[in-house]
Write a new protein. Structure first.
Lengths: 280, 720
């Protein structure tokens, strides 16, 4: 549990951080809360030659309301998200691991790491959030839908820093979150988050996000399509939820087969939408 | 490394039983037989540099077939896939404990229930992994090691390194949990000593969690075919158990003995005239198994208590009624069981009655029915159990008896200092249980002093007498009794001194209010410090040696047999299979309590250990022999969030074996809990067509069982 040797720098500005990444070559890595990277390094599954720590970079913390969305700094901790009023994002953040992890782990680190079992990526999909990436050649925005490319692979470039996340506020939407794990502090075996916009008992719009049902977070589009425009009755919700596993290829382990996870995702989708309707 | 020493010891030589025992070298020689088996040692001056150097060790392996499934392994013969070619079989040994005539018993039965009971492999998982510091200098070795058994480690380090025992000192400092895993003599201890001698430097080794999960011995891993027969009225006539025990790749210090410990109590707390246990040990390409908290008795209890429930269901009887009908009545104690084991004391109705004060079964059944209508599947499970502990009687456990190559007595030395301060040396090796407090209480009570002035020293072979360490819930019943006996000797001398000083007869001296005084004259008396002054500085009576220090080696006449009645209430989510433990009530009887708070602590920890096995924890090797549960991410120890607030109560039935009337309690909760949980889960999902399930009761397995429901269970059948 001792990592290979590495260099460390904590630049005081975003520009210096980007420069350090460029100068550090391909084995330079950014570190934020360290709760994904450090364990990998201790197991020697990752061996970066240089860690560029963002902790001294100003302006990367905090949650603020701007017009119809929330601007969330990349170094905002899960605990801060949990205690803010971000609807489904706050609820999801409150289920991440344990309090020690939530106090250190950051939203930017989690999204850039792109672990399919992490909770926040699916919440970004259904809120249709955007991230800002700052690199040597300037700044760009990427939607959550385009951010997650594959297993532990995101669109964040080698020399880019994920600086902020813009989350539409979804005022008036109901939301629900169902996380299934064996122990309360475990990663999700399957997670489902849902947001529903209802009008007179009818589903005006619905978005359902799935965690750990593939190598990237997914939207349950078949379920969404089946429910959109329908009356939000328990029967209609159940029928729509039956399609939640469509097209999924979930990773498996000793405690979860493909069949079991696809079953779970249908059950949890029904419950998450029901929660969203109840909370809306 | 020819001077490294070895092979590592296996200390069970049962008379008349052949045990295939391969040489177990601390470094693999030619063949690596399980993931984690050491192949090289790297020593350096800096932990970081050593970690880098380990990365540079490149080993080329020629793949061999992985022998993982114990049932396939035992079927393999000459020419098949064998863990140790030289034996021509994967069988380690066969051992039977017959009692009565089981076939005659089954012929009297109206109903026979058969089940295949799987007790899966688990880890000890102490929060403190192992750690070793060896310091060899000037011909003497000092070894600090995180162990339960410093005295055994000293003996074997001396033997394996060719040193005199007098030149080996082993210290077990404050140890952060053992759970049986540290009842062992490990190759890593030997490496550190060897390297220190070789290099003339102290050498330290600190284990990582991943190493602990793959190398430190594991537990359970038995597949048993059980048959229980009963008359229509519920009277159990026979119980026959055939255990296939997966020992992994090697026999460690007591590996093949472990299932036998269960055989000694295979009748549980029931009066069953015919009980037989047949054990077959088998090698596989996995980490060796050995004693893990309960060691054979949780497995036995699971077989008995789950099968009794199955039998009750088959007979249409209440599960508590069948238990009460078959309890050994309290008049029978000391009670000889069918296999010849003598239970020391028991009152099983009393603990169950006490449990019923906490659990209203009729109200529960009404609530259960209501909840089911709302789609909530709640179940209740019971476990009424006894076990064998206080591991001692040398005449039974030793070479001529069961075959353990050690006397399992226990020692204590009590020293009253000049000032009246007291030091107690125990040969046991407490590692987190709080035994220091209990032992100090025993001595303090007898000497009329505050327990705060009594210091208990343990786990250092250079201090106090030779000892036999801590395991098998033995430390109070053997070590505590040794402390009591050594203190009694001191008290006798104190009384003689006081009698002489006060011109009275020793038999008239009593201790009260912190003083030794003549009965009836409490004002005139001597405090312990005054007596010590006479013993060391003043004039002791004619013919008496000076000083105030006594030693005892205590070897009891029998084991002790704690017992209890536990109830577990669970909710099972019928859609996901997830279990929520709603309530757990434990009524235990461990004889006279010395320190109730310490007993509570042991029961709490033990119950969580058993719930952990039933619902969460599992060591798993895939078909390639790869360990897939090597960290706490996938080896799921329950956390506080998964546990209900445990409810505990106690009855007191003293043991006649020792003067304290005490029994063991360190393993009790673990022995009881997994069966109570299993019975509760089965009770919850019976309406969904599930009659029987084996652990681990993971959500997916329960979901699968519910899916298969409405028919015969996949794990066993029954006939009437």
């Amino acid at each position: 549990m001792i990592p290979a040797a590495f260099d460390y720098t904590a630049p005081a500005s975003l520009q210096d951080a980007i420069t350090a990444l460029v100068d550090g070559g391909e084995d330079a890595k950014l570190i934020a809360g360290g709760h994904s990277l450090i364990p990998l390094m201790k197991l020697r599954l990752a061996a970066p030659s240089l860690l560029v720590d963002l902790r001294k970079v100003p302006g990367l913390h905090g949650v603020e309301r701007q017009n119809g969305h929330w601007r969330v700094g990349a170094l905002t901790t899960h605990t801060t998200l949990q205690t803010s009023e971000l609807g489904v994002v706050s609820t999801v953040a409150g289920t991440i691991a344990d309090m020690q992890v939530r106090n250190r782990g950051t939203i930017g680190g989690s999204l850039a790491h792109g672990d399919a079992a992490s909770d926040l990526p699916a919440a970004m999909l259904i809120t249709e959030a955007e991230v800002t990436l700052q690199g040597p050649d300037g700044q760009r925005s990427v939607s959550a839908a385009d951010l997650f490319k594959g297993y532990m692979t995101t669109d964040v470039g080698e020399h880019e820093v994920l600086t902020e996340i813009r989350i539409p506020s979804l005022d008036g939407w109901g939301y629900g979150h169902q996380k299934f794990n064996r122990r309360s502090e475990d990663w999700a075996m399957v997670g489902v988050c849902a947001v529903v916009k209802a009008s007179g008992g009818v589903c005006e719009d619905v978005r359902v996000g799935l965690t750990h049902m593939g190598s990237v977070p997914l939207r349950a589009t078949a379920t969404e399509e089946a429910l959109r425009g329908q009356e939000l009755s328990p029967e209609n919700i159940a029928t729509a939820a039956e399609q939640a596993a469509e097209g999924t290829h979930p990773p498996t382990d000793l405690n979860a087969s493909v069949e079991y996870k696809q079953h779970l995702v249908r059950v949890l989708t029904r419950r998450a939408i029901a929660d969203a309707v109840g909370a809306g | 490394m020819s001077d490294l020493g070895g092979p590592l010891p296996m200390a069970w030589v049962p008379p008349g039983v052949e045990v295939n025992n391969p040489e177990h070298w601390p470094l693999a020689r030619g063949v690596v037989r399980h993931v984690g088996e050491a192949v090289a040692v790297v020593v350096g001056e800096d932990r970081y540099a050593v970690s880098d150097a380990v990365e540079d060790v490149v080993v080329e392996y020629d793949p061999l077939p992985a022998i993982v499934d114990p049932e396939a392994a035992i079927a393999a013969g000459v020419g098949g896939d064998l863990v140790h070619e030289q034996f021509g079989t994967n069988k380690v040994h066969e051992w039977s404990l017959p009692g009565g005539d089981v076939e005659a018993g089954f012929s009297e039965a109206d109903v026979i229930v058969e089940r295949r009971v799987v007790n899966h492999r688990i880890a000890g998982a102490p929060i403190e992994c192992r750690g070793v510091l060896a310091d060899y200098r000037a011909g003497s070795l000092t070894l600090y090691t995180s162990t339960q058994v410093p005295h055994f480690v000293r003996l074997f380090m001396a033997l394996l390194l060719g040193l005199g025992e007098d030149h080996v000192r082993v210290v077990a400092p404050e140890v952060g949990g053992g759970f049986g895993q540290k009842l062992q003599v490990y190759g890593e201890e030997l490496f550190a000593c060897w390297a220190s001698r070789k290099l003339g430097h102290p050498v330290k080794w600190i284990e990582t969690r991943s190493e602990n999960m793959s190398v430190a011995h594991q537990g359970r891993d038995q597949i048993s075919h059980v048959r229980m027969g009963a008359k229509r009225d519920g009277t159990i006539t026979a119980f026959h158990v055939k255990i296939l025990a997966d020992f992994g790749a090697y026999n460690m210090i007591l590996t093949p003995l472990i299932p036998s410990l269960g055989a000694f109590v295979m009748g549980g707390c029931y009066k069953i005239p015919n009980v037989q246990t047949d054990i077959t040990g088998v090698f596989t390409n996995k980490c060796p198994t050995d004693a893990i908290r309960g060691a054979g008795r949780p497995e036995a209890t699971q077989m008995i208590e789950v099968t009794v429930d199955q039998l009750a269901h088959e007979l249409g009887m209440d599960p508590l009624e069948i238990r009460r009908k078959n309890f050994i009545p309290k008049e029978d104690f000391p009670a000889a069981t069918a296999t010849g084991v003598i239970y020391d004391s028991g009152d099983y109705h009393k603990t169950l009655d006490k449990l019923m004060e906490h659990v209203d079964v009729a109200a529960f059944r009404a609530e259960q029915a209501q909840l089911r209508e709302r789609g909530i599947y709640r179940g209740i499970g019971f476990c009424t159990w006894t076990e064998i502990c206080g591991l001692a009687p040398s005449r039974i456990t030793g070479p001529a008896g069961v075959g353990v190559q050690a006397g399992l007595w226990e020692s204590a030395m009590v020293r009253v200092h000049n000032t009246g301060a007291v030091t107690v040396y125990t040969g046991t090796s407490p590692h987190g249980q709080g035994l220091e407090t209990a032992m100090a209480q025993i001595t303090a009570d007898k000497l009329g002093v505050d327990p705060a002035v009594v210091e208990v020293i343990h786990g250092d072979t250079s201090m106090g007498p030779e000892g036999r360490n801590t395991y098998g819930s033995r430390s109070l019943a053997t070590g505590g009794e040794a402390v009591a006996k050594a203190t009694d000797k001191v008290v006798a001398k104190v009384k003689a001194i006081v009698a002489a000083e006060l011109e009275a007869a020793p038999e008239d001296i009593e201790v009260s209010g912190g003083k030794f005084s003549v009965r009836g004259s409490p004002d005139k008396g001597m405090a312990l410090a005054d007596v010590a002054g006479v013993a060391y500085i003043g004039a002791v009576p004619e013919g008496m040696e000076p000083g105030l220090e006594e030693t005892t080696f205590y070897d009891p006449e029998n084991f002790v047999f704690p017992f209890g009645a536990h109830a577990c209430v669970v909710d099972v989510d019928p859609e996901t299979g997830k279990v929520n433990v709603v309530r757990y009530v434990a009524v235990d009887d461990c004889g006279n309590p010395v320190n109730p708070m310490l007993i509570e602590g042991q029961i709490h920890g033990g119950v969580v250990f058993g719930i952990g096995q039933a619902l969460y924890e599992r060591v798993y090797y895939d078909e390639n022999g790869q360990l897939t549960t090597g960290t706490f991410v996938n080896y799921a120890i329950p956390t506080a969030a998964e546990m209900p607030s445990l409810e505990t109560d106690r009855t007191v039935t003293p043991s006649p074996v020792n003067s304290l009337g005490a029994k063991g309690v360190g393993e009790a909760g673990t022995i009881a809990a997994s069966a109570a949980v299993t019975n509760a889960v089965i009770d919850a999902v019976r309406p969904l067509g599930v009659d029987y399930m084996n652990m681990p009761l993971s959500p997916m397995r329960i979901w699968e069982a519910i899916n298969q429901g409405q028919g015969a269970s996949p794990e066993g059948g029954s006939r009437s």
